[in-house]
Design a binder for this molecule. Sequence first.
Ligand code: 3HC
Length: 290
Amino acid sequence: MGAQKIQKICIVGAGNMGHQIACSAALAGFEVKCTDVNEEVLQKAEQFVTTYLPERVAKGKLQQAQADAARKNLTFTRDLAEAAGDADLVIEAVIEKLEIKRTLFAELDRICPPHTILTTNSSYIVSSKIADVTKRPEKVCNLHFFNPALVMKLVEVVKGPHTSEETAQALMDICVSMGKTPVLLKQEIYGFLVNRMLTAIKNESIYLLDMGIAGHEEIDTAVTLALGHPMGPFRLMDLTGIDLTYIVGLERYQETGDPIYRPSPTIAEKFVKKEWGRKTGKGFYEYPQK
Ligand code: 3HC
């Protein structure tokens, strides 16, 4: 299926990434259905959109007609079959657990029409670990957005050995239609481009913190002012979720045995205390809940 024929997009997983990808696609004129197994997460997602769009209008960043059209384009449902049954493109943004993704893709393969492209927004899991549960591996690919997805322009399109050229091209084109800038990775690699670089910076920052060389605020200040990053690694972990840093690091450590991936005691402690960053109100910094 070519990008010009993609009109209906289903987002599975209405969390942090999912609902912002859904809103981006709706703003770009696609008909979007967003689904999640968790009613509370789905309600929060809908609530976000209901406040975000008028706020953008009030800020002068969006016209009322655009906000109305985007809201009309976007529906929320707990029913996966209803959300994905007529989709041209599915973007999965559920928890980073391989078995959950494999089960979901097998189900999507049953539910979706044969032409539907199935993608994962996973931060690390390559689609070749998932594609074999479907009968359409040539239509399975990684499509990796960045947090906050409504703001960040980059999308990584990671072509697996099973992904057809046509699918990769359709995804590159669809990103452009969504106002994003895609980069194509011709081969799969763990962490893709950006998360590989971020992991290196994060690991070094945590090492310096744990060694008592400098505090997290000092390290963030250094990275912001000397390297020109919009936010330092600790503020960024608070944004993307310390739970994710912990879960992904632990899984990779278990998989490879490489100690570079083992979550540091600081990250493990924050995970156990549920100090996961913005989403829980506290991480390395505090975020008073509105
Ligand atoms: N959701 C939606 N919009 C947001 C937002 C959010 N959470 N946070 C900020 N924005 C919007 C604001 O509304 C504002 O929009 P406007 O200029 O059009 O009015 C714009 O972003 C700037 O916001 P602020 O002025 O409040 O704050 P900043 O200028 O500090 O920008 C930031 C905030 C965009 C988050 C910026 O700090 C940034 O780019 N940080 C780096 C983010 C980053 O590195 N992301 C990649 C993370 S890695 C990843 O996602 C990989 C994954 O696999 C984990």
